[in-house]
Design a protein around this ligand. Sequence first.
Ligand code: AMP
Ligand code: GLY
Length: 425
Amino acid sequence: MKVLILGSGGREHALAWAVARSPRVTEVVCAPGNGGIAQIARCVPVKLNDVDAMVGLTEAERPGLTLVGPELPLSLGVVDALKERGLRVFGPTRQAALLETSKGFAKRFLQRHTIPTPNYAVCASAAELEKAIDVFHPPIVVKADGLAAGKGVIVCDSRATALEGAHGLFAGTLLGEPERQVVIEEFLTGEEISFLCLSDGKHVIPLLPAQDHKRIGEGDTGPNTGGMGVYTTDELLAPAMREWILHHIAEPTIRGMAEEDTPFAGVLYCGLMMTARGPEVLEFNARFGDPEAQAILVRLESDVVDALEACIDGNLGSLELRWSPGASACVVASSAGYPGAYKTGVAISGLGAAAQVPGVEIFHAGTARVGQQMLTTGGRVLGATAAAASLEEALARAYQALAEIHFEGIYFRRDIGRRALKLSQ
Ligand code: AMP
Ligand code: GLY
C-alpha cells in the first residue's frame, strides 16, 4: 500500500518512519516533507493552506491511505474534501476538529457534557469580557479562540493586564488577526499531561501518556513554544488514573461528539492539568502532538497502519496496541532566537554520528537538504528520540546523539524529564 502523509514536522517524520516499518506499506510519500523525511520517503511540494492543491495531489498519487499531520489543513476541511472524493483519510472532519480550532466551542462542549475543565467565560467583545471578568480571581488566563501556534494563551496576574491582553486579541495587535471570541479561564496549577487517544468516532484507545515541556527555558521559564521535549514512562500515570481519564474525559468527549452528529475520528489529544481536585481539560488537539508523536511512536510495537485504518473503518473496538516496556524521550533542538525571530539556511553537521547512537532516531522538523548539505529552515530544527528500559537511559541516549549535532546557534533544554527522574528516586 502507498501512504501519503501531509505535513513537514518532526511528527510527520516519526509517522513516516512508523508507517514505513509496516510490512503492508510499499511506498511512503510526504507533502511537503523536510530534509530528514526525504531520506525515507518521496517528498512532493504542496502548500498546507491550499485544500485544492492537497486534494489534487492526493487524487494524482492515489494512495491507499492519507494521514493529515498538522492542524492547519484539518481546520480548512481537507479531510472533508478528500472523503467527498472517496479517498481514505485519517483525521477528523472540519466540524469535529473544532475541538481544537475553536477554544470557545471546546469549552462550551466540555460544559454541555460535564467534562472537567477550569471555569471560564467565552466573550464576543471587550465589553462582554469586562463584565465577565469580575468573578475571576487573578491569575487569570486569557486565550484566543482560534489557532495560534502556541502563542494564543496569556497568563495575567491582574484583571487590568487580563483586559489589556484581551483587547490586544480582539484588536489583532497580538496575533496579527483580530479574534472574534476570547476565552477567559481560571488559572490551574499541577502537572500537565498529554493524553492522546485514537478514536474511530465511537471507540477510544489511549496511547501512552506523555509529558511535554512547552516553555523555551530550563526550569519551565520563558515563552511558550510548540514543545521542546517530551517523555513517556510506564509510571507516568497510575493505571487507575489512566482509566479515570479514559472514562471521564476521553470517552465522554467521543460520545458527546457522536451525539451532536459530528463524530470525531482520528487522534484526540487531551491536554490535561492534574489538579488537586483531579484531571481537568486545558485544551484539545485534533491530531498527534509534536513532539509527543515522536516519543509515543518509537514505543509502538503494533502495526501503526492497522491502528490508523481501524479508526477509518470503525474497527477500533477489536484492536489492541502493544508497546515496548520502559520509557522514551524526545529532546528538540531549535534555532537561536526561537520562539522569536531566528536565522535559517544554517548548515547542520554531525547527523551521521548522531544516527550511530544505539536506539536513537533523529526526526527532522525545520530542515531541507540542498545538494549534500542539510540546512535549517525553521525554529524547531530536529529532535533526538530514544526508547529504552528506563527514562534515564532514554534521556542519556537522546542527549548523547544531540552532542554529535552542530549548527550555529543550536539550543536545546538540558532538563527534559528531570522532574520525573527526581520523583522516581
Ligand atoms: P493551551 O493552548 O490552552 O493548552 O495553553 C497553552 C499552555 O498554557 C498550556 O499548555 C498550559 O501550560 C498553559 N495554560 C493554559 N490554560 C491554563 C490554565 N487554565 N491554567 C494554567 N495554565 C494554563
Ligand atoms: N506539543 C504540543 C502540541 O503538539 O500541540
